[in-house]
Write a protein that binds this ligand. Sequence first.
Ligand code: SF4
Length: 436
Amino acid sequence: MASPSFSGIEAKSGISRGTLPEPFLVSLYRALAPYRGCGHGCAYCDGRAEKYFVEGIFDREIGVRFNLAERIRDDIGRGVAAKEYGAVAIGSGVTDVYQGYEGRFALTRSALEALLPSAQPIVILTKNDRIFRDFDLLSRFPQALVILTITTLDARKASLLEPGASTPARRLEAVKRAREAGFRSGVMAMPLCPGITDGEDEVRALVRECAAAGAEFVYPGGLTLRPGRQKDHFFALLAREWPGLMSTYRDLYGENRPSGAPLRQASRELEGRLSAILREEAMPAMIPHGVYRDLLSVPDALFVLLCHMQSLYAERGVDTGPLKAATERYGGWLAEERKALRRKRLPEGSRNAESAGLFGDLNQDGPTGDPEASGIPKAGRFPITEALEGRLRERPFADVCGNERLGALMDRLISENGVFDYPTLSLKRPDGSSIS
Ligand code: SF4
């Protein structure tokens, strides 16, 4: 195999911010990935797809953004993350910020150091236990959500599917240690490959091991294979290691849909099977409200909750049309309010005594539990967040989302400082007791 080669890429910016939070990684900000291409070399990686324009040999020719930390410092210096509370997600789906080359370049570590003064929470997704190295830094952020991707417990299958990543046992250990360090943590169990890693017993064992390690969620998902380089690469592995599955995969992915999705019926069956397992194991099947409400402002956490509720209710066969309409209406309101407040150029760190602490202790203390000692921000230190929370409080939620029943539930959630429990679809207090 050819030796890896590296080329410098100039990062033009360090952090971007959304007008709405991103529901998948529950974040408002996104820090650029330090690398392009990924030495983990997963057989199914969609980073190979033409859509992402990563040229060269995906896992051996790596682009390196040497100036990323500098760009992040510039962005923080000009106040990009100064006025709105919200988690920063590092990296993207087409590279891993703790891949092997991070041991040599330490760009993720420098990016984290540059992000520290933002005093924002951090969300990191990886398949590598090299993340241990940075636990010291992560503990200095108000909150850190450490997500490990684990698609199988079987070390041999993992070595074929994810050759450069840490073993499944080490990834589970990373979850355990993240929880022991006081971080939020859970598992992305995706993609589960048909006939290889998606068997019922195998998935159930995975969920149980994740639970034993302290994972707060296991977010499963199926395999997509975009026609072109991604699909060709995966099929080459399949032909070598699982030739008996070739005809199954040809059928499943024969439509060559641009998204790479398999036959609809197969997707529906897998979703049904996975959600049943997760429900039986009482494990949230996506990042739960109890986790991300500490990573986002109240208005943003509500938006993510509404997005997640659509999946949660759809899985149970409920017509989610009204919920979708309410989410769109609320999302439109939130985006417009935010844009208007951004145009006002509120000063950094202004504090409105009337609305500070409005929603109790939702934007919370970090792992140490001592906000002042760890430099942890409160919503009131972020003027746009503070103003948005004030706007939200001015009227019943039903007026904003256009749905009386949902509005009543959300008003209750806000006033009781509640948590929406995903497995039971009910409101609970932060200590887990029911709100009747
Ligand atoms: S770790 Fe992620 S980005 Fe890296 S090769 Fe695997 S799937 Fe692709």
